[in-house]
Design a protein around this ligand. Structure first.
Ligand code: ASP
Length: 273
């Protein structure tokens, strides 16, 4: 489920910033981290919250955790990395130790194993990997992008990763510029899909770069990357993005992508196909 939220003055007062909102949307968009759990010995959660303060000498900021199995809300951990550490990406035990010290809730890894995901994993595990297609390959992403009333853009992405991945495999979600990116000069992007392609194509940053350096509208940049670049490589996926004017785009080249948005007027919509 990917959620976009262009600036909302009332809620901005309540939450304070686009960072808060991206974190909150990722945490409570109706599914929480459990939705993405997969029963797999290589089970990991990947998350990142990033805000890039463009212009006026403001510093860009990013935080990520990867390969974690016990942090209840990995996006909150990613935000702590961004705000309270000198680093950008922490992995495995180091990330979990840091999250614990930061006061975040730690759970037993079994918390993430839901019956539905277990069933899906068992089914896909019995098949020839080449036969496992589309939605069966991945448990789904929780992503959020937000623009606040001060013009700050933020993005957050959290996932259990691809089904049946190799032990130690990290996808695009916690890789800056691949699965998640935000830049106040352009847009905030959160991606879902076959992570290896999103990393190779530096997808989220590519959208921003086309806008920044070529003056391309966000909609065209998203279409070019998802429908042309990725499709020509046989890569499944999609993304949501919000630009600095509050326009949103939800582009995907799969049959479906769970998605929704709420705007400043309280208008909201959820869509699948
Ligand atoms: N992009 C993720 C990965 O490759 C999968 C997902 O869409 O959740 O790990």
């Amino acid at each position: 489920m990917l959620v976009a939220r262009p600036g909302h003055p009332e809620r901005d007062k309540e939450y304070g910033s686009g960072d808060d909102d991206a974190e909150d949307r990722a945490a409570d968009c109706g599914c929480h981290d459990r939705m993405r759990a997969q029963h797999d010995s290589d089970f990991s959660l990947l998350a990142r919250l990033e805000a890039h303060r463009g212009g006026h000498g403001c510093a860009c900021r990013a935080g990520a955790v990867a390969g974690v199995t016990s942090i209840k809300n990995p996006v909150s951990a990613a935000r702590k990395v961004m705000e309270n550490s000198p680093h950008v990406l922490l992995i495995d035990g180091g990330a979990e130790e840091f999250a614990k010290k930061q006061g975040l809730e730690i759970v037993d890894p079994s918390y993430f194993i839901t019956p539905k995901m277990k069933e899906r994993w068992e089914k896909s595990n019995k098949q020839d990997p080449k036969e496992v297609k589309g939605q069966e390959k991945k448990p789904g992403t929780v992503g959020a992008v937000a623009l606040d009333q001060n013009g700050n853009l933020a993005a957050a992405t959290s996932t259990g990763g691809m089904m049946n991945k190799m032990h130690g495999r990290i996808g695009d979600s916690p890789i800056i510029g691949a699965g998640t990116y935000a830049n106040n000069n352009t847009c905030a992007v959160s991606c879902t899909g076959h992570g290896e392609y999103f990393i190779r194509n530096v997808v989220a940053y590519d959208i921003s770069a086309m806008m920044e350096y070529r003056g391309m509208p966000m909609e065209e940049a998203a279409k070019t990357v998802i429908q042309e670049k990725l499709k020509s490589q046989g890569a499944d996926g999609g993304l949501i993005a919000v630009n600095k004017e509050g326009r949103i785009v939800m582009e995907f080249n799969t049959n479906a992508m769970f998605r929704g948005y709420i705007n400043s007027d309280g208008q909201k919509e959820v869509m699948i196909y």
